[in-house]
Design a protein around this ligand. Structure first.
Ligand SMILES: Nc1nc2c(c(=O)[nH]1)N[C@H]1C(S)=C(S)[C@@H](COP(=O)(O)O)O[C@H]1N2
Ligand SMILES: [Mo]
Length: 370
């Protein structure tokens, strides 16, 4: 660690040597960024993210739900429609699982141009221990019809999006919905689900980008056709402009992130550390695939060296990795990248898309070694 009192000068705001910070920024973007907080990257040190450090993404407002009068309706193409209290849901088999969740907009603000939307850098990530019951069992109890094609999950939150008043609503195909890891969760990290994370009940779809895990569940409906709702058909699509169908955003792309080493400069977040052996640590994940390799670079991605991989705490949680870096005096750009079991390597830069989705281009951490 650099010592207290050690003089250090950064090129920074108002010192006459740095960037000009007098331009305007969008108040709407700042408003969104403050509502939807990210996980400080130093929290990558925990295998399970403390609840208050897990990222948050809420499209509209956190709805006012009274758990006592709340009911989950399960209907549509079922032989036995259900109307369940939270107590009823707790009588189904209990299951807990640590699941890594990343917002599909993570990395979006590193791209340009961008639209008015949540300006994530790299912090829209977290891993929580979710407790609830497999969705499969509830669908079975409802007598899911063989004609059902998709399952629609409706959140109780409502707002204006795409020029229309609507609820947050997403579907999964029946085959995705009945996978054993898909949960209806009422606890997070051993406590009742907090309001901001979907109380009293939310869906957890492990491996998927966060948008699939609908919070504040009010209704589950089995339908006989491909679902045509806004949050599947219009939002969360890979597009090159405002129009078109594009491909849907689905599972989380392979990615590794590191805890920025050393200490930060308050304003620029550039890292300062002493020369010598520096332990680098972080986490890596890859949708439903396994991360099989993590590599570290200290020269902005010119050359790479293998990190050591640890075991994840559950099949759908990130894998820890570590690397001993021999830091030499000077400026460096640290990078880290993951390779998954399909042999796909995380790209240095990912191709831009209109919605700013799934940017898994590698993290760059500026460090100054003294
Ligand atoms: N009902 C509802 N569910 C929702 C959302 C929402 O706005 N409303 N946001 C989705 C998105 S885009 C993400 S990334 C995750 C975020 O979950 P978290 O806030 O618990 O981290 O919730 C998903 N589920
Ligand atoms: Mo998201």
């Amino acid at each position: 660690m650099p010592q207290d009192g050690q003089p250090f000068q950064f090129r920074t705001v108002g010192d006459g040597t740095g960037v000009d910070y007098t331009g305007t920024f969008s108040q709407e973007e700042v408003q969104l960024a403050l509502r939807n907080r990210g996980m400080p990257l130093e929290a990558l040190r925990y295998s399970v993210t403390p609840t208050g450090l897990h990222y948050l993404l809420t499209h509209f407002d956190i709805p006012d739900v009274d758990t006592a009068s709340w009911r989950l309706n399960v209907g549509g193409l079922v032989s036995n429609p259900l109307n369940l209290t939270l107590e009823d849901i707790k009588t189904f088999p209990v299951r807990s699982s640590a699941v890594t969740m990343e917002c599909s907009g993570n990395g979006r603000a590193l791209w340009s141009p961008r639209r008015l939307t949540q300006p994530w850098l790299l912090e829209a990530i977290g891993t929580a221990e979710w407790t609830g019951t497999p969705l499969q069992g509830v669908l079975e109890e409802a007598g899911l019809s063989a004609d059902a094609v998709e399952i629609v999950f409706t959140g109780l939150d409502q707002g204006v999006e795409g020029g229309q008043v609507r609820h947050y609503e997403r579907s999964l195909t029946v085959s995705d919905a009945i996978r054993e890891e898909v949960l209806l969760a009422y606890e997070m990290n051993g406590e009742a689900l907090p309001p901001q994370h979907g109380a009293p009940l939310r869906l957890i779809a492990p491996g998927w980008y966060g948008m699939a895990s609908v919070k504040w569940l009010g209704a589950i409906e089995a339908i006989g056709d491909a679902y045509d709702g806004f949050h599947n058909r219009r939002a969360f699509r890979f597009l090159q402009g405002p129009d078109g169908e594009g491909e849907p955003v689905t599972l989380m792309r392979r990615r590794a992130l590191m805890v920025p080493p050393g200490i930060p400069d308050l304003l620029t977040r550039t890292r300062v550390l002493d020369a010598g052996l520096v332990p680098l640590i972080g986490k890596a994940w890859a949708g439903r695939s396994k991360v099989v390799r993590v590599e570290v670079s200290s020269d902005a991605g010119e050359t790479w060296a293998d990190a050591e991989l640890g075991e994840s705490v559950s099949p759908y949680a990130w894998r820890p990795w570590s690397y001993e870096w021999l830091a030499k005096t000077g400026s460096h750009v640290l990078c880290v990248r993951a390779t998954d079991s399909e042999g796909e390597v995380q790209p240095l830069e990912q191709d831009w898309n209109y919605g700013g989705y799934a940017n898994n281009g590698v993290q760059r951490v500026d460090v100054i070694v003294t």
